[in-house]
Design a protein around this ligand. Structure first.
Ligand code: PLP
Length: 430
């Protein structure tokens, strides 16, 4: 699949190279530049088609110039030993649970597929790669878990000492093997600066084949389209997809699935108070601003990077956007109210991010009761014990994959917040 950068037509790469490059050299994001029509492929699926079959078929079609169907099957089989679930919660609303993976959040889908693709394409060339990533807690754990045990790939994770939760620290530091944790005596911004400086050192980057695995990577975005297709096949009518959004990667993957031929009524982009996209959809003016902190903190983004990808899809014309997407934003007060009420009325516990989407889905249904809504659940409520406990007065159970980590031993190297520390670590270990 030929990809282009959102910033210049001339900047292009094949999928199998772009996943190692990450951000395009001009600072843009890679997007599929070929015309894709999966209408026939989608028609071959039914409500019985398994998630892995859908994923394999879509991968084989998407990467038809880069691997054969056997390669596509290998990538998918290695990536997914988990799948989504669709549950009815309230009248006309279904929750698409995306938290049944190893770190109990939807980012497992993207991270697992990226890791598996990298392993596949490295084996072809018998090369090695080192993934360098900074994390403030949550996203790093999905990456760490996804790359654990992958052949010819090592991962170095930088995290700020004392500033991630104890459970997050366990997720980053107890795997061992090819996952290396550097505990930085500084802030998350220091970690990011160190990683950036290492990448800016061209000689070092080449010598150790440094790559990134952050959320803008096309290898994380593409697989997120699979679960929209999987869910659509299980609906009788064209659904409305409601997506709790921060960086807008998740919803962009859905927009792609629809653009490639999936019958969908429309999309709702649901945000918390960081509402630059809903505001754009309402006023036609796109204006980023610093983020504010909310209960749904994984969505506290003031300048969503995937806006650029949506813009290439719709040409920056707000009327084109409006034909496919509408926006809504939900306050912390409404988020709390929704979590409490749905728990009380339906016995269903949801994380604050999921509650933002659920509330937006309810508001849509109140105006347009005829369309079924599928709202995406992005994380297991047990990951947000503090908020859930404070709002509902119940301690959610920690999901088993995370519970198992608590007894494991932390292994991390304490380092100063100095970019030279990464080079020193690389020379000492690789
Ligand atoms: C990352 C994340 C989101 C936001 O997803 P985007 O793709 O950035 O829009 C929502 N909920 C949870 C739990 C997340 O981790």
């Amino acid at each position: 699949m030929l990809l282009k950068s959102t910033r210049s037509e001339g900047e292009s790469a094949r999928f199998k190279d772009a996943i190692f490059i990450g951000l395009a050299p001009d600072g843009g994001l890679y997007y599929p530049a070929e015309t894709i029509d999966f209408t026939g492929l989608y028609r071959s699926f039914t409500g019985e088609t398994s998630f892995n079959t859908i994923a394999t078929e879509m991968t084989a079609a998407f990467l038809r110039d880069e691997t054969d169907r056997e390669g596509a099957r290998r990538i998918v089989e290695r990536a997914f030993d988990f799948e989504p679930a669709l549950v009815d919660v309230g009248e006309g609303i279904r929750v698409l649970e995306l938290f049944h993976g190893p770190t109990c959040a939807f980012k497992d889908f993207g991270a697992s597929f990226l890791a598996s693709s990298m392993e596949e394409f490295l084996q072809e060339g018998k090369e090695r790669a080192i993934i360098l990533t900074a994390t403030s807690g949550d996203t790093g754990s999905a990456v760490a878990r996804a790359f654990y045990g992958k052949k010819n790939i090592d991962v170095i994770i930088l995290y700020p000492s004392g500033r991630v939760s104890p459970l997050q620290e366990k997720q980053l530091t107890t795997l061992g093997g090819n996952i290396h944790a550097l505990e930085v005596q500084g802030s998350f911004d220091d970690c990011q600066r160190m990683v950036k400086e290492a990448f800016n050192n061209g000689a070092l980057k080449r010598e150790f084949s440094l790559s990134s695995a952050n959320s803008i990577n096309i290898g994380r975005l593409f697989p997120q389209s699979f679960y929209y297709v999987w869910a659509r096949m299980r609906m009788e009518k064209d659904p409305v997809f409601c997506v709790p959004s921060g960086n807008f990667g998740n919803i962009t993957a859905g927009l792609y699935a629809a653009h490639w031929g999936l019958p969908v009524e429309r999309f709702i982009a649901a945000t918390n108070a960081n509402n630059v996209v809903p505001e754009f959809l309402a006023t036609g003016v796109y204006k980023t601003r610093p983020s504010v902190s909310t209960h749904s903190n994984a969505m506290d983004v003031g300048a969503p990077s995937n806006y650029e990808r949506m813009e290439t899809l719709y040409g920056g014309d707000v009327e084109n956007f409006r034909r496919r997407i509408q926006g809504d934003w939900i306050t912390d007060g409404e988020t709390e109210e929704t979590m409490s009420r749905i728990y009380r009325d339906h016995g269903y516990l949801m994380c604050p991010h999921t509650a933002v989407g659920y509330r937006a889905a309810e508001k849509f249904r109140a105006l347009r009761g005829d369309s079924p809504v599928v709202t995406l659940s992005t994380a297991h409520p047990g990951k947000f014990v503090e908020v859930v406990d404070r709002v509902l007065g119940v301690q959610p159970e920690l999901p088993p994959p995370l519970l198992a980590l608590l007894d494991r031993e932390k292994k991390a190297e304490l380092v100063k917040s100095d970019a030279g520390e990464i080079e020193r670590y690389l020379r000492a270990h690789f």
